[in-house]
Ligand binder design. Structure first.
Ligand code: M6R
Length: 610
């Protein structure tokens, strides 16, 4: 999510770090910071906003340190501002850390450290690392050991880099779940969260693996496991171009983001599932859970893909909470003079948190005194700031205009909210625990679906010249049909419609002939028999059927021209799985037509105009 870069050698590290941060800025861009050691003391310069602002701020002084670190932030804990930007100091400013990832047990660690006399300056989870390492230095450990001992107490993910002015000739790095590489030079070395930040200087890299810690010197490095075992690291030669590296080796950002979903969905749940209690912890709305359980009506407001997520949310809320739920297009809601009651709760879903229609609708709801809650990806975005409370989806930066990983993370968060409130109502502990287990299994199931990529590409090759598409689903999978159709039309420019499967008989069936591809989202759930009847109806009219079906379903192979088999889960979570083949199908059709999927014509990533 965030970007890390560092240098140790004989040159002035500042231009190298600023250049590296600019290369990483697309990953996180709400604040930036640089830290270095000069004259045996640590110095940190940071600010809210772009790396270019940091560059100007640094240029106000005269520095030429030969060891330093830089960070560009995509906020997860604490709004984007100068204090929350990295690096973070320990108390006497002898040590600084930069961190990517999420420390899941930061509240527990923070309480222990506060009780031990440590004072916290920021709202971040990352700052605990600076004080925790400091506490081990105070016990007489040298830095490398202090870091290993500290990390043994940490739960969560990290790509971490540390400087300490009492040991000024080394950078310590560590990794668990967030990428970190060492770039090997001649009497100089680099560190980065992504090879794109250092490829201009060296093509020789060492990949730090989960559970490893390394001390990086000017003339070499030494790696160990957290448990103090020695390890030999291999130096790899990079042959990718810079552009390929930015996209993580994928051809496009969209494909990268589709493929990232096991991880992004996990990040949306990380530290939030409480198996023993059969519930979840959602810091942003925890203290509102009782109030939400008593809400008489929920309204979900959003645009585009976020609106589709809202429709899935409606099914979740009504099934488990038995609270009447309405889903509104933000643009319609704001101009309709909506009737709002004091005990209504309104959720605003927005990846960017900047969509003009959603923001204006939110302001209108606030004016009318409703409880306004945000579900956003971009921390500190306008919708997040204007909401009374909310839940971040933590999907990481989404660069492709077509929303993919943000959608699945929105669904995860809506399901987490459902579980939180349902457990305050009448859901039993056992039922809550079953749902938690289903959540935990989702990332692996997504990985299984992503392995079907080449099968889906093969299917896509048959439909590149199609002029129209129908997407049909029932229940929880009706919004998925809408989302599948939106994905296809926005990147392939093929006309596509999503419908509730039964509604097809009331008009769209007139379009069906041997040239009409019809995508059925037909997992084995309570609507399965009905959707099979709808498939038969399309077959009878010679439509070409692509079915997204359950792994265990052999019958459907006889009905559909193409089947894509996916694992099962509970109904509430099924859309997280069923949408993925549709993202890949749209993607491959568009690519086969030679189109720019990352920047489709006429569209913008963030629609900040009405
Ligand atoms: O940032 P938001 O979630 O508020 O954006 C809403 C829509 O503009 C967005 O989902 C749009 O529909 C995407 N291009 C869909 O892929």
């Amino acid at each position: 999510m965030c970007g890390i870069v560092g240098y140790i050698g004989s040159k002035n590290c500042i231009p190298i770090i600023i250049e590296g941060l600019k290369r990483l800025e697309y990953r996180g861009y709400d604040s930036a910071g640089i830290g270095f050691i000069e004259n045996n003391s640590c110095r940190v310069i940071k600010n809210k906003g772009k790396v270019s602002l940091l560059e100007k701020k640094v240029a106000e002084g005269v520095y030429s340190p030969s060891v330093g670190l830089g960070h560009t932030r995509w906020a997860t804990h604490g709004e984007p501002n100068e204090i929350n930007a990295h690096p973070h100091y320990n108390a006497d400013k002898s040590l600084m850390i930069i961190h990517n990832g999420i420390i899941e047990n930061y509240q527990t660690l923070k309480t222990i450290l506060i009780n031990a006399g440590y004072e916290f300056k920021s709202q971040t989870d990352s700052e605990v690392l600076a004080h925790l390492i400091d506490s081990f230095l105070k016990k007489g450990n040298e830095l490398f050991k202090a870091v290993r001992l500290a990390l043994a107490e940490v739960e969560g993910t990290y790509g971490l880099a540390i400087l300490y002015d009492k040991e000024p000739d080394k950078i310590i790095v560590a990794k668990k779940g967030s990428p970190l590489v060492i770039g090997v030079g001649d009497d100089e070395n680099y560190i980065a969260s992504d090879v794109s930040a250092l490829i201009a200087y060296t093509s020789r890299v060492v990949y730090i693996e989960d559970g490893e810690v390394a001390e990086v010197f000017r003339d070499g490095f030494n790696a160990k496991t957290i448990l103090d075992e020695d390890i030999n690291k291999e130096i790899h030669k990079i042959s990718m171009s810079l552009e390929e590296i930015d996209r993580g080796g994928y051809e496009t950002f969209m494909l990268k983001e589709i493929m990232e979903q096991p991880e992004s969905v996990l990040n949306s749940m990380r530290g939030r599932l409480l198996f023993d209690e059969g519930t979840v912890k959602l810091g942003g709305i925890q203290n509102l859970a009782e109030r939400l359980a008593k809400t008489k009506r929920i309204i979900i407001t959003a645009c585009g893909t976020s609106w589709h997520a809202g429709l899935v949310g409606e099914y979740m809320f009504e099934q488990f909470l038995r609270i009447p739920t309405e889903v509104e297009y933000a643009s319609e809601f704001r101009y309709r003079n909506p009737i709002l009651q004091p005990d209504d709760a309104i959720f605003f879903i927005s990846q960017s948190g900047e969509t003009a229609d959603s923001l204006a609708a939110l302001k209108e709801a606030k004016r009318k005194g409703a409880l306004v809650l945000g579900i956003c990806n971009v921390v500190g975005s306008s919708i997040a700031r204007e909401s009374e409370a909310g839940v971040y989806i933590h999907a990481g930066p989404e660069i492709g205009v077509a929303s993919t990983k943000a959608f699945t993370s929105q669904l995860v968060v809506l399901a987490l909210i459902t579980l939180l409130i349902a457990r305050k109502k009448d859901m039993s502990l056992i039922d809550g625990q079953k749902i938690v287990e289903e959540f935990q299994a989702i990332p692996e199931k997504i990985k299984t679906i992503l392995k079907l990529n080449s099968q889906i590409e093969e299917i896509a090759s048959k439909f590149r010249d199609a002029k129209n598409f129908l997407y049909l689903g029932r229940g929880y999978n009706f919004p998925v049909a809408l989302e599948g159709a939106l994905k296809l039309k926005e990147i392939s420019y093929i006309h596509a419609e999503g419908y509730p499967a039964a509604e097809m008989k009331h008009g769209p069936i007139a379009l069906v002939d041997e040239n009409m591809p019809v995508v059925f989202i037909a997992p084995k759930d309570s609507t399965y028999d009905k959707i099979v009847s709808n498939i038969e109806e399309i077959r009878a009219r010679k439509g070409r059927i692509i079915a997204i079906a359950s792994e265990s379903d052999n019958h459907i192979d006889n009905l559909a021209d193409f089947t894509i088999k996916i694992p099962d889960t509970i109904r509430m979570l099924m859309p997280i799985l069923t949408v993925i083949p549709l993202q890949l199908l749209a993607y491959h059709i568009a690519m086969k037509k030679g189109l720019n999927v990352d920047q489709p014509r006429n569209l913008a990533k963030s629609v900040t105009v009405e």
